[in-house]
Design a protein around this ligand. Structure first.
Ligand code: PAF
Length: 279
């Protein structure tokens, strides 16, 4: 596996790959890799010829500096996992490579309001930071396709919008959520959960399943949301939202919508978890 920290080295190799008319797949990550990331790499390997994974803990998307400081950094272990997964190239740049001195970190991306809802309401500026990092990484890597997890449904929807509004040539592929055998959506943050919280956190996927069944039974959407919040709270988590949204606009869903998604965020102790289900 190639490992590059430097944009020039990366471009030199990727230009050769492009000249050979090979398709480049890109998996952006912040490291602390798990099965979820590896499934993105597996999809990228199936659909493209050369897979670039990036590990970059992007400071512009953290509105809480303690969260940034606490973010797990496990580069050696990540490199071993990537090599096992037969990833072709790891791009692990410094902050200065991604955001050089003259870079405009105040740029505001126009994301049709998708960035202010749900996660955006609880984490102001977060998605502008994500858009900034992904936009810049796409500029550096210039992939044919970017692979993102459904686990961050809102994030993937926003990047789709970014690609559209910036008229980028990259196609976005959203890959399914990978869960633990008991149902917990895999996340780098799970590493911070004690056994007790890991167990309690199962309420999230259980409540998403409840919502699916309630939607099948054509129950009132707003009532389902209310009951879902109560279930999560009763299990000892502190829910921030449980909302059934239109999968395209991310606004409150109605039964007439062609794609509905249940999305939730909750605190398990001091760890904030998110999960969702396409209904
Ligand atoms: O999902 C993530 O890990 C990050 O938000 C991303 C897409 C790598 C941008 O920094």
């Amino acid at each position: 596996m190639f490992i590059f920290k430097n944009n020039d080295d990366l471009r030199r190799l990727l230009d050769k790959i492009k000249n050979k008319k090979l398709k480049i797949g890109f998996v952006p990550t912040m490291g602390a890799l798990h099965e979820g990331h590896l499934s993105l790499i597996a999809s990228a390997k199936k659909q493209t010829d050369f897979v670039v994974t990036s590990i970059f803990v992007n400071p512009t998307q953290f509105n809480d500096q303690t969260d940034l400081a606490k973010y797990p950094r496990t580069l050696e272990k990540d490199i071993a996992l990537l090599a096992q997964a037969d990833n072709h190239l790891l791009y692990a740049p410094s902050v200065a490579q991604v955001y050089p001195k003259n870079f405009n970190k105040n740029r505001v991306f126009h994301l049709k309001g998708l960035d202010n809802l749900l996660e955006g309401a609880f984490r102001p500026g977060h998605f502008n930071g994500v858009a900034m990092a992904v936009h810049r990484l796409l500029e550096i890597v210039q992939p044919d396709a970017i692979f993102m997890g459904q686990k961050d449904y809102q994030q993937a929807t926003i990047i789709k919008q970014l690609i559209q509004s910036e008229k980028l040539k990259t196609k976005l592929v959203m890959c399914p959520i990978i869960r633990s055998p008991k149902g917990l959506a895999l996340s780098s943050r799970n590493a911070r959960l004690s056994d007790e919280w890991l167990n309690k956190a199962l309420i999230l996927s259980k409540t998403l399943n409840f919502a699916q069944a309630a939607i099948n039974a054509k129950k009132s959407i707003r009532l389902i949301e209310k009951e879902a919040m109560q279930k999560i709270e009763a299990a000892g988590l502190r829910p921030e939202y449980f909302t059934i949204i239109n999968g395209n606009t991310l606004k409150n869903a109605r039964y007439s919508d062609n794609k509905m998604v249940a999305v939730t965020a909750a605190w398990a102790g001091d760890v904030r978890l998110i999960d969702n289900m396409i209904l």
